[in-house]
Design a protein around this ligand. Sequence first.
Ligand code: FAD
Length: 443
Amino acid sequence: MSQKLFDLIIVGAGPAGVMAAKTAGEQGITTALLERKSEIARINRSCTEALGVNEEAFGEFFYFDDSLGNLCFPRNGFTVNYQGPSANLYGFHIYTPGGKRVAMGDCAVQKKLGNAGRVGVVIDKGELIRGILEKARENGVEIFPNSNVCAIRVTGDDVTVSTTAGNDFTGSYVIAADGVNSRIVKYLGLNKGRKFLGTYSVASWDIEGVEPPDPDVMVSVLGLDTSISLCRRPEDGLYHVSSGGYDPSLDHEVGLKKFMAEPAFAPWFKNARGVKRITACVSSIYEPLKAVCIDRRILLAGDAFWRQETSIIGALMPGRKAAMSVALVVKDKKSGKNWIDEYTDWYQKCYYGPLGEGGKSLGDLKAILSRDDFDYLASLVKETLPATMKFYAIIRNIGSAFGRIVPAIRKERPYILEKLSEIRAQAEEDILEPRRKAGFPNR
Ligand SMILES: Cc1cc2nc3c(=O)[nH]c(=O)nc-3n(C[C@H](O)[C@H](O)[C@H](O)COP(=O)(O)OP(=O)(O)OC[C@H]3O[C@@H](n4cnc5c(N)ncnc54)[C@H](O)[C@@H]3O)c2cc1C
């Protein structure tokens, strides 16, 4: 391929990459977007496609404006138009094997509040990507599907990425938005000293005709052989049902079928009419990266710098911010300012600083608790917990609910507390050891 010098090359066209491309196009810098898939907007990787709304996340208070179809990022000062289908979610419910439930959000109560009571909006991620990609194209971004990047090198003021088809693309800057198992991160050697948390696999079926008791909440089922989650799609009656786990030898088809046959959950599936879409993913998961700019020319955005999921909105923001910084460096040759610092400082403030180091993992609770123990613990939480879909708030809610039921557990099943405190006393290295051994870090 003839050598054209771009201001910016973006690798990966997920939410982070397409947003970076649209932004770079709007800012008038010459940009190439490289994606290994042939159909960029086709979603093959498991994703529940739910946006957490009306809650603080990554320094933003994200909300969705239905009237204009705008995803709104007021603190970061931008919107993204989305004209695809959507449906509201009013809470997050955790079920245990016998069908006991811990509810974060009473669906009926939240629904009465209308859009103000929703905690999530489920969308069609493919449509979101298609819309943003179209804008990028209109703004002059050159888009290269079927381009699987397999090498990167910095030479003086240029960065060149090569594809498996033998094409080279050279630019002044690269944004690596190539997802959780970023090849660019690997090629740069950044996984070498990074804490490996295990390999997580997921398979998801979109099933028609599912009838859970609360159709408009996200559901997570704990205590079965695999971790199960269930969430509606924008279309009525269509559900995204996933099986996941840290043991790569897990058979998720078996996991899904077993879940659907469980006496507590089988009634949800009695009118199920078949699988409309299958998606899956296998992710080797590391701790988040602290540095997101390498050699002052390569910026990382989205899942490429995080664990498994920055989330869709959490990937759109760094995509845009990284492209803005590159546009400033390219356009402002006079001030002598290093605009890339805007991106790296923002990342420290909104991502790595508050959430980068994470908490200590408790490992696999199934190894110490029986199905009945899970049911028992859930049955002790009588009250409805605050409505949320935000991962960190869910953990906080569970923690405080657990605090309130400790006296009952101490009286009725003290061995549960003993087992939990044994785990807490263990070094994280030991807790993670089984996952690490089963997984493949692929550094
Ligand atoms: C099971 C599961 C459920 C989830 N549910 C939700 C949810 O409900 N809501 C939510 O907001 N988030 C959810 N997420 C997280 C969400 O999917 C990601 O955080 C988000 O898609 C990250 O966007 P990204 O652009 O950084 O990466 P990705 O979406 O992974 O995009 C990366 C892109 O780079 C491309 N690519 C990779 N390598 C190369 C290469 N070498 N050359 C060229 N292209 C390459 C890939 O094909 C892909 O298109 C979920 C994730 C998982 C695993």
